[in-house]
Write a new protein. Structure first.
Length: 477
């Protein structure tokens, strides 16, 4: 049994005092960051998010079918009825329930029916492990009678775009039309990818910048360490993270690493704001409806938006918050630092991502040592790291020493932090499974290839083998 923690999570910062429909000026945009400052580093929390794919499992042994909204609706209803979740305020285009909330956590839908748990900000990785153990138990219990199974991988191993079912969220309808005008892989990103993410606090603008740049510096290293998507449409692509490769052809204005991160000039929130202001908006949301509107946010602030009914709308605080959720850099700033570069991985490796990042980002010595190793790389060297991460994973001779170094820094930091569970173990224990992989020169993708081979998912037998290798909850196929 998992030893349950006894730590209490400190209170979250207050949100800025802006009405959602209040017009905003340039000076207001900083408030989202200044209100999130947590001056005492001992109160800094970690939030973890995980997406997973769902399939219907026929009792006759036939092909596994991607979930549709009807399947999702039954899961959401059972989570509410049996486990204390409640529907969130957002609704689908026909009034459908599309999000649940409970105790600071949420469950939401990605475009192709991927189910995401966005965990509560917590004080330790022990708590994170307990949270995801509880999520597994709840999702398992409600999925069994529905003949549903859930699995984790960075890219769907066998489904084509056409075989997956779109969820009834208004924002996805706009994105579905717009993203193909910006790049070739936007629909793949929406429908066929899953990730594990981790979110972190900061005590000041300077510390936010330091943590942001180190998180970006180690992003390709962690992308390799958690690479878990070698298959696309049933075939080995030769990549280790097909998911990461997709992001290179989605929308270069809103993806990748913002240029200011490594230009050597001092960081400021104003610089991030300037970058985000130049990113075109997806939409303007009014009275529950998403209206397509594709202009840089700074133009929206200056000119406003005229809806199809002729009403003119100014840019508001709610518009700014929504826009910040539609820029997709590898490391994103919201009221926290959001690390976005890792494939969804199995439960064995899941808690290693927040653990390694917590160790490196929340420890001054580890932060400085990691920046000293990776901070001076030029643009060409960083591009090479990303290429090697996507194609070779940890097996790359270039990346493997960096991965071992980052893990060593994180382990030492977590030992110094000395947050122990009821069995006396520090948070460093969550690094053990990934440490074992790196010592062998492997990413999770290599283990998958050893388990299921070059071909995955185009027959019922191959589908079941793949799901068994990535199983998360529900029917065990």
């Amino acid at each position: 049994m998992l030893a349950i923690h006894t730590y209490e999570a400190p209170a979250l910062p207050m949100r800025p005092k802006h009405a959602d429909d209040e017009p905003i000026s340039r000076t207001d945009l900083l408030d989202v960051f200044t209100a999130a400052i947590r001056p005492d580093p001992s109160t800094h929390l970690v939030g973890t998010e995980l997406e997973k794919f769902g399939v219907r499992v026929p009792r006759d042994g036939g092909a596994l079918l991607p979930v549709d909204y009807g399947d999702i609706a039954r899961v959401l209803a059972a989570l509410c009825d049996d486990h204390g979740w409640t529907p969130g305020p957002d609704r689908g285009v026909g009034g459908e329930i599309i999000e649940l909330r409970k105790d600071g956590a949420s469950i939401t839908l990605e475009p192709g029916g991927q189910l995401e748990l966005s965990g509560k900000p917590l004080a330790t990785i022990h708590q994170t492990c307990a949270e995801f153990t509880q999520h597994y138990r709840e999702l398992h219990a409600v999925s069994l009678p529905l003949q549903l199974s859930w699995f984790t991988a960075g890219f769907h191993p066998w489904a084509t775009r056409e075989e997956l079912n779109w969820m009834p969220k208004g924002r996805y309808r706009v994105m579905r039309q717009y993203l193909p005008t910006r790049g070739g892989r936007g629909l793949d990103m929406m429908l066929r990818t899953c990730t594990v993410q981790a979110n972190f606090d900061f005590a000041s603008e300077q510390q936010c910048g330091e943590r942001l740049r180190v998180a970006n510096a180690i992003a390709p290293v962690l992308a390799a360490m958690f690479a878990n998507s070698p298959h696309v449409e049933g075939r080995d692509t030769g990549l280790r993270t097909a998911r990461s490769t997709v992001w290179t052809d989605v929308d270069n204005a809103r993806c990748g690493t913002p240029p200011f991160v490594f230009d050597g000039a001092p960081f400021s929130w104003e610089r991030y704001i300037d970058w985000a202001l130049d990113v075109p908006t997806f939409f303007v949301k009014r009275e529950g409806t998403y209206h397509p509107h594709h202009v840089p946010f700074r133009d929206f602030m200056r000119e406003g938006f005229t809806a199809p009914d002729g009403r003119h709308h100014v840019a508001t605080w709610a518009d700014w918050i929504l826009h910040m959720s539609t820029v997709f850099p590898e490391v994103r700033l919201k009221p926290y630092i959001e690390f976005r570069s890792a494939d969804a991985v199995s439960s064995r490796y899941l808690c290693a991502l927040p653990a390694v990042l917590q160790g490196v980002l929340y420890d001054d010595d580890a932060l400085a040592a990691t920046w000293a190793r990776l901070g001076s790389l030029d643009a060409g060297a960083r591009a090479e790291l990303w290429f090697e991460a996507r194609h070779g994973g940890v097996a790359s001779p270039l990346l493997r020493p960096h991965a071992a170094f980052v893990l060593a820094q994180a382990r030492a930091a977590l030992e110094r932090r000395n947050r122990r569970d009821d069995r006396g173990r520090t948070e460093a224990r969550f690094l053990d499974p990934v440490d074992e992989l790196v010592a062998r020169g492997q990413s999770p993708a290599d283990v998958v290839l050893e388990t299921v081979g070059e071909h995955a998912g185009r027959t019922p037998e191959a589908q079941r083998a793949f799901v068994r290798a990535h199983y998360f909850a529900g029917v065990e196929v």
